[in-house]
Every structure is written in C-alpha cells, then in structure tokens.
Design a protein around this ligand. Sequence first.
Ligand SMILES: [Zn+2]
Length: 548
Amino acid sequence: MTLKKQLIGLGLLALLLFACKPTDEVKNVAVFDDYAFLENNIKTLASDDFMGREPFTEGEELTVDFLAKVYQEIGLKPVFGDSYFQEVPCVSVVYDTDDEINLETQGGTIALKKDVDYIAQTPHLQEKVSLDDSELVFAGYGIVAPEYGWNDYEGLDVKGKTVLVLVNDPGFATGDEDLFRGKAMTYYGRWTYKYEEAARQGAAGVMVIHNTDAAGYEFKVLTNTAGSNIYLEKDNKNKDLCTLTGWITEDATSRLFEANGLDFNKFKNDALKSNFKPMNLATTISLDFENDLTYQNTRNVVGMIEGSQRPEENIVYTAHWDHFGYGPVADNDSIYNGAADNATALAAMLQTAKAFVGSEQPERSVVFAAVTAEESGLMGSAYYAQHNPFPTEKTVANLNFELLLPMGRMKDVMVTGFGMSELEKYVEEEAAKQDRYVVAEATPENGMYYRSDHFSFARVGIPSLFIKGWQDSREYGKEWAEEKVKEYWATKYHKPADEYDPDTADLTGIMEDAQLFYQIGERLANENTFPKWYDGSEFKNIREESMN
Ligand SMILES: [Zn+2]
C-alpha cells in the first residue's frame, strides 16, 4: 500500500465518522468541498445564455468553448494534439415519403397509412431511396443470441426481403426468469438491435411491430419524431444498413396476417419458443423516399490526465453536454435549459476531473469526454467509441454521469443495468466507504441501460457503469426520494422547466456522487485488472473478441 493510499484510507475512516453526523460536510478528499466550482458550472451551463445547448447552433459554440476553458483551467491535457475537440460528422435527414403503402396480399390490397399504421425511415444517406417489391417475412423477435441458445433467423435467407419483428424479447413477454433476463430488458429487446441484426442478415427492410407494454411507450411517441433523424456521416452512406427501417402497429400487422389467412396472435405466441419457424407472408412492399440531407459537424470535448505507467490503458468518464435548445413553449418559456439533464452531471464530471488533477498521477490514463448529441440517439458517444483515441481493448471501463438531481445526500447508489459486470463490485466497496448501499434500478424493463452514453461503450464491449444516488434520501427517506423523482419526470424532464434553482437545490448529494465516481476511477486507474462482463451479459462475447 502506498503512502497516498494509506492517507486516503485514513480520510475514508474520517468520512465514516463524519457520516454519522449528517450535517457535517464531507471532507474526505479536500477537493470535494468546492461547492462554488460545482454550482457555478451548473449555473453557467443551464443558463438562458447557453440557449439550451443544442448541437449545430450558437448554443453549441458557447458550451464547447466553455468546457474547453474549464478543462484548461483545471489542467486537463488535450487529447487531439493541442485540441480538446473531436469533430463528430453528422447528417440530418428530413424524409419525404409516401403517405400510404399498398400491400398486395393473397386476399387483396391492404392500404397502410403513414403515422397511423406505420412509420418509415431510411438510414441510407442519399436523396432518393427506393424499396421495390420486397417480400415480407415474419421473423419472430428477430434475435440471434447464442448465449441464450436463440436464433430467429436460423435457416432463413432474408436477402432483399423485409422482416417484421416483435419488439422486446421473449423474457419480457412471458416474465419467465429463465428466458433471457425475464422482465428486465436485454439489448436484444431494443429496436436498435432489431435494425442492426436485420442488416447483418442482409434484409432490405425491417419493421418492428409496436406494442405499448413491450415498447414502453405509445405509438404516438414514435410518430412525433418520425419525419427526421440524425445519423453519423459514413463513407459507405450507411449502405450496410437496411433500406427501410420503421415500425408497424399490431393492429395493421393483424390485418396483414388476416388478409393472408393467418392468425397473428398464434404466430406471436409461437415466437416465444426457441424452435419458432419464421413465416413468409406472400406479400410484397414498395416505398420511395425523397430525403433532404444537411451535413454538419458537432463536437465532443475530451481532456485527459496521462497515466504514469500504462498511458494507453484508460478509464473514460462521460457526460453529454447537449440538450434540446429552443422548443415548443411551455409556461411562457421556450428554452430547454436541461439543468438536471445534463448540466449537473457535467459539473459533477468536472469536479471529478479537478480531483484527479489534484491527486497523485494515476498509472493508467483518465479521460473526460463531454459528448455531443446524446438526445439525438447517443451520437457523440457512439462516434467516440467507434473512433476511440485509445485502443478499445485497453479502455478499461466507462463511467457515465447522467441526470443528477440536486436533492441532497442519498443513502443509495442505484446501478442501472444491475448484474452486468464486475465493475459493480467496485461500486459496492466504494459506496460502503461513503456509508451507502447499492441498489438495482426499480424498472429494468424500461431498458434504461440502453438509453444513455455508457451504452455506446458497452456495444463495443467496454464494461460501462451508469450509477447515481436516486432512491433513498439520507434525510427524508425513500418515499420522499421517489416523490422527487416522479415530480422530475412529470414536470421537468425534457421540458423548459428543467432549470437550476439555487434556492431549492441541495448539491451535497451530487458532490458525493462525484466523489464516488472519483474513488471508483482512482482504483481502476491504479490497478492491472480489466473488470469483466458477467456471464449472460450480451456484451461479454464482444469484449472477449476485442481482447484477443
Ligand atoms: Zn440526458
């Protein structure tokens, strides 16, 4: 044990003693008491001046310049030569597509209406895109998962065809704990996975069959944003992806099956079994798109502390900087400030960075990435993970700061996607030093693990953590915390009301979270270990392949 570690150990002991007196400020590591630094950063990032931090706008310029300035002030090293900026080339696509699709079935023509029966998009980055007479195939859940002994595409050739697939996974539908992960969503349940697998299989099109329970949201949520999308710019113009991606309602699917003399519900049930056989629907689909493409760059802001012994090995922290900018007016306000989503989390990451700079140089590099365009589908983190300035196999872990509520000190540390990797042992041990306990998210069926930036790292196999105090206030208990969180979702989440109010905010819990992130990262940055995904994790194989 180094002298420094002994000192930290003593500090932690002191913390445990202090923790018995909740009114005392946490004074473990000296740098975690600079509340002015924490609060000023939140205030600035969430201010009306920053115009809701929308990518591609003046709000982006202000935000990324501010972050770079803070990085420089606290002493982080630029990662890209003398620059903190990683350019993220994006393409915004506005679709103009048919208002109606006519499907020629065995029982005659069926007309499907856009935004009523289906939504259709294309990832192909060109102005004119057509799908011609593509045969429809029902492919069950559209899942290939060797670790669960599951392959819906077995023996099926879908080249040039359009697959219809059920949303979520068989574990959710049955609640059977032995099927996938039971009610908890796996990545195989996400629509993004279904799109990717269909493309890997060579399908020309993929439509996910919507169901409100299984998707977690109504069809209306999809139609609200169906007319446009943002993609990362790719040399291959995304030609490796399906021509058509979209959703179809269960009702429209039932009509389609019926017209072919088939019972959708029977097939839906059959799809719950691993010996399910896909069904050719003897129906073809055609669709034309006229796309309006706009090419624009946005930026990740990335700084680091170089490792003293193994600088290629690294721990990467993330917090997305973007939010929605100006939007529909609510309560006379049109600025979507995104204070808790994600100014508080960004400020906490800056706090953690500052603590690292003030500590002994770590053996491994520690990287801080404020990533862009999370709200448009994890774009910035996806780009980072795919263009990692460090080797993927030497990137030890990702720790993601997202949506921290200024509700004071919490007794819990909630792990979203609990049961995924050995990183959870670190959380447990470090949380205990703060007199906190680890708890799983209450609703793993919502698939939150797949909806923030850490997931971009998981997808390339890098173990990643999404944690925060969330469920149990030290002062007011669980019910109070639940009420606070509920109130946030209902009145502030993705609304202009997500503002920073210094009169009601209590930043002590956010400070403590920043310290926990530091403790976990500090340990990882001074070890030789590479924490692994647990057996049964859908990312374990990807990691093992990348490490070989
Ligand atoms: Zn967010």
